[in-house]
Design a protein. Structure first.
Length: 320
């Protein structure tokens, strides 16, 4: 316990150290994405609409999903419109995430490894720096952590064991619901839910295949139930069942593409396609060059912006 308190204190100090650079100008806490989340929350409170408009007519908005704006709504209603409050609450979320990570690491790897994992995360640049902004990273990590712990616990527990009073099937339902909430916080998490399904099914072999399929079905049902109000809302306004307006492009929506669309006379979709085409062409060129020099079995590493890597992977996996 003392070690975890020390690790938590280290993380708080790191967060506050970088937070003080934004003080006292609270506008430094707001990136362009942050301002969109903030505007959505303000409109929900003042006008009961999910829109970015500053006045009527309030055009329905679906580029962002609702969980993080609703999180801001709760804080603004209680504490007033103060951007510092979400940042401080996000630090608390991070402390909870560290504690859950420790429990997961201790369950799977042992206590010493769990402590070191928490130390690394506590001082991680992304984990610390993103917390100072009104962005979804801290909340999404906090939502993902119990999912990972629950899956780890299920893999190590017996059929009759319970966690917080829940048996395995009840816990699977909670996992599905949490993945639904996580997807409505960060839409890219939809792919995580899809990838987890076959992993859960194949665990344990044929002897428990039926129970695994049942568990995935229950989790999938809860996942869809959580998403359904938002999907129904989008169908009502846009005649399309989609999570957000980037549905189909989540894997390779990039800042690079956005900036090129703003700089040139291009739509965002055209700019994303051009970015992907350039990235794939570069990878293919290097692959051909290295194969010619070192043979067909040559292995090499491409280092680039994460979103560019995603675009290449989408092409390699033939994902539309």
């Amino acid at each position: 316990m003392k070690r975890m308190l020390a690790i938590g204190g280290l993380h708080v100090l790191a967060c506050l150290f970088f937070l003080h650079f934004a003080w006292p100008d609270q506008a430094n806490l707001l990136t362009p994405d942050s301002m969109a989340y903030d505007r959505l929350a303000v409109n929900l409170i003042a006008n009961q609409v999910f829109s970015l408009e500053h006045g009527p007519p309030f055009i329905p908005y679906t580029f962002r999903t609702p969980v993080y704006p609703l999180f801001l709504v709760g804080l603004y209603v209680v504490f007033g419109h103060n951007p510092v409050v979400p940042v401080l609450v996000q630090i608390l979320f991070n402390l909870c995430t560290l504690q859950i990570l420790f429990a997961t690491g201790r369950l799977l790897l042992g206590q010493p490894q769990a402590y070191w994992g928490c130390v690394v995360l506590a001082v991680s640049g992304v984990f610390v720096l993103q917390t100072r902004y009104i962005l979804t990273e801290s909340l999404s990590a906090f939502l993902l952590a119990p999912v990972v712990y629950a899956l780890a616990w299920i893999s190590r527990s017996g059929e009759g064991d319970t966690l917080f009073g829940l048996r395995r099937l009840g816990l699977i339902a909670v996992i599905g619901a949490l993945l639904g909430v996580l997807t409505l916080c960060r839409p890219g998490s939809f792919y995580l839910a899809i990838l987890l399904a076959p992993v859960v099914v194949v665990q344990g072999g044929r002897a428990v295949l039926g129970r695994r399929v049942q568990a995935v079905a229950v989790a999938g049902l809860c996942f869809v139930l959580v998403l359904s109000p938002w999907l129904a809302r989008n169908y009502y306004y846009f005649q399309s069942v989609r999570i957000d307006s980037l549905h189909g492009f989540n894997l390779y929506y990039t800042t690079v593409a956005t900036m090129r669309a703003l700089d040139g006379d291009l739509s965002l979709k055209e700019s994303m396609a051009a970015m992907q085409e350039r990235a794939v062409a570069a990878v293919q060129e290097w692959d051909a060059r290295l194969e010619a020099e070192h043979g067909a079995g040559a292995v090499w590493v491409a280092v680039s912006h994460g979103d560019v890597i995603k675009a290449v992977l989408v092409h390699a996996l033939a994902t539309p």
